[in-house]
Design a protein. Structure first.
Length: 228
């Protein structure tokens, strides 16, 4: 900041006071203008970052809804198969008869999970260029919670989603069914229910993440409260 003030003759204290006041006012004006420009820059950066973050979260929410819908459609056949074979076992049907039923429905013995991408580029950029620090604290808290929920769900999917699933036995049963080999009905239902539970857990984590995303977006508080 550089100021050029006129050089005025100062014959008495009154002239000195005027000159001093002019200097002070010039400095305060320059500082105020600089602060206003900086504030405007920060406000613009915060608004731009918020818009990009909300656009990204809306896209993630759309992907989440699609993944939930697909998973639900794939979960239905597993539940139907479980109900059918469990009913056969409880009725005391012969193993051969149960295996015929299993063979007739073997195409439904398939675990296929759909998972949203959960992009974070907008958030990462806002953190990297520090524009996140200028976002309204309440909004920033909601954004942060939404991305934290995404990370938590992603970690569960990567590390914990198959902990309760006997994957080798599931693959072996799939092979035996394809070859037409008789399987143990109780073991079959046991692995089948592991698959159903894994799907249910996946849907539950997606539902929790959906609530956080809805809470982060303006105008969605009511939707978050009624989310499944």
């Amino acid at each position: 900041m550089h100021l050029e003030l006129p050089k005025l003759p100062m014959a008495n204290f009154k002239d000195f006071a005027k000159h001093y006041l002019m200097i002070v006012l010039s400095i305060l004006t320059a500082l105020g203008l600089e602060a206003w420009i900086e504030h405007a820059h920060h406000a613009h950066a915060a608004a731009s970052a918020s818009q990009q973050i909300e656009t990204e979260l809306r896209a993630n929410l759309d992907d989440l809804h699609e993944a939930t819908r697909i998973n639900q459609s794939r979960l239905a056949p597993l539940r139907q198969l479980d109900a059918a074979i469990t009913g056969d076992i409880r009725k005391g049907l012969p193993r051969a008869a149960i295996n015929e039923h299993i063979q007739a429905m073997k195409k439904q013995f398939m675990l296929s999970l759909n998972w949203p991408a959960f992009n974070t580029q907008a958030w990462d950029v806002a953190v990297a260029n520090q524009s996140a620090t200028w976002i309204n604290p309440a909004n920033l808290r909601r954004y942060s919670m939404a991305y934290a929920a995404q990370r938590s769900a992603g970690e569960w999917m990567t590390h914990d989603s198959t902990v309760a699933l006997n994957t080798p036995r599931m693959a072996a049963l799939r092979t035996e069914l394809d070859l037409g080999v008789a399987v143990d009905p109780v073991e079959f239902v046991s692995v089948l229910r592991e698959m159903v539970n894994t799907m249910n857990e996946t849907q539950a984590h997606l539902a929790q993440t959906q609530t956080s995303l809805l809470n982060a977006l303006p105008g969605n508080a009511g939707n978050a409260a009624s989310a499944p």
